[in-house]
Design a protein around this ligand. Structure first.
Ligand code: C2E
Ligand code: MG
Ligand code: MG
Ligand code: MG
Length: 284
């Protein structure tokens, strides 16, 4: 009754916040359980040569089949894992699983694995990754680590040391979601990147906004002059692919070429050994 009488603007939200907190705790416990019980799964999305549209590698993307909620998006549970301290164990599981899988693929097919900025707080991250490579028998050259600009800002010194150690061992480093962060271009020189992945927001807007097309073109040129490979993320239409081919973009990834699929389906794609699309009409 007292609650009802005092139902002001902010009090109104209290039970709602309570409910969310309880739900969050529950989700956290479920996530811990999922990792322990092996209820997480990696899906694999093809990375294709832009010109030939043949498979060059796959990006490993984490999936969680929740018993009641169904498929929970990594956009939702990765931040949760980062906050509750589960991300390091989860990240190690992802790396081990992806490397073990990739070791069964032909030698020209690589695997890309996403790393959370939080993982870079571990001083022994490089050693751990190299141990996983040794254990799974995957040559370092076939592993690409995807990091976002955030990590360069939060922990630049430690991140640089970690990346240099990995790079020296032959592991390749990609800058993910390029163009959406806050880092300065000088980072491209300071950090040992091999590849830039143009964020899908630019690819999405490329056909309708001249400005986005200009940015895509500029990033491809920048990559070329810095000797970095360039991957376009989120390629959904043939028109986008043709525009990227015309700019001599190196690699494409997106629903047009293939959605993330379970490991068994990725193996089928590899075994098929043919372009992911029928011949695309070249631009005039
Ligand atoms: P990301 O690394 O930029 O991965 C690309 C995301 O774009 C994936 O979403 C992928 O499914 C989606 N995508 C690919 N092609 C298209 C397209 O043509 N159109 C659209 N609309 N989307 C496309 P997903 O799998 O939901 O992953 C979201 C993010 O979660 C990833 O973004 C990555 O930052 C993070 N993530 C996923 N797996 C892991 C992991 O194992 N570890 C860490 N630390 N982060 C992960
Ligand atoms: Mg990625
Ligand atoms: Mg990305
Ligand atoms: Mg992204």
């Amino acid at each position: 009754r007292a609650k009802e009488a005092g139902r002001g603007t902010y009090r109104f939200f209290e039970p709602e916040m309570d409910r969310r907190l309880v739900e969050r705790r529950k989700l956290e416990a479920d996530l811990r359980q999922a990792l322990a019980a092996d209820h997480l799964e990696l899906f694999y999305q093809p990375l294709a040569d832009c010109r030939s549209v043949s498979v060059q590698g796959f990006e490993a993307l984490l999936r969680w089949r929740h018993p009641e909620r169904g498929m929970v998006s990594p956009a939702e549970f990765i931040p949760l894992a980062e906050e509750c301290g589960l991300i390091n164990a989860m990240g190690a599981w992802v790396l081990r699983t992806a490397c073990r899988e990739a070791a069964t693929w032909p030698a020209h097919i690589s695997v890309a694995v996403n790393l959370s900025p939080v993982q870079f707080r571990q001083p022994d991250l490089a050693a751990e990754i190299l141990a996983i490579l040794a254990e799974t028998g995957l040559v370092p050259q076939r592993l690409e680590l995807e990091i976002t600009e955030g990590v360069l800002i939060v922990e630049p010194e430690r991140t640089l040391a970690t990346l240099n150690e990995l790079k020296a061992a032959g592991v390749r480093i990609s800058l993910d979601d390029f163009g959406t962060g806050y880092s300065s271009l000088s980072y491209l020189q300071r950090f040992p990147f091999d590849k830039l992945k143009i964020d899908r927001s630019f690819i999405h807007a490329m056909e309708s906004h001249a400005g986005s097309m200009a940015i895509v073109r500029a990033v491809i040129a920048l990559g070329r002059s810095l000797h970095l490979a360039v991957t376009a993320e989120g390629v959904e239409t043939e028109k986008q692919l043709v525009l990227l081919q015309a700019q001599a973009c190196d690699q494409a990834q997106g629903y047009l070429l293939g959605k993330p699929v379970p490991a068994a389906e990725a193996r089928h794609l590899i075994a098929d050994n043919r372009p992911l699309l029928p011949r695309v009409q070249a631009a005039e």
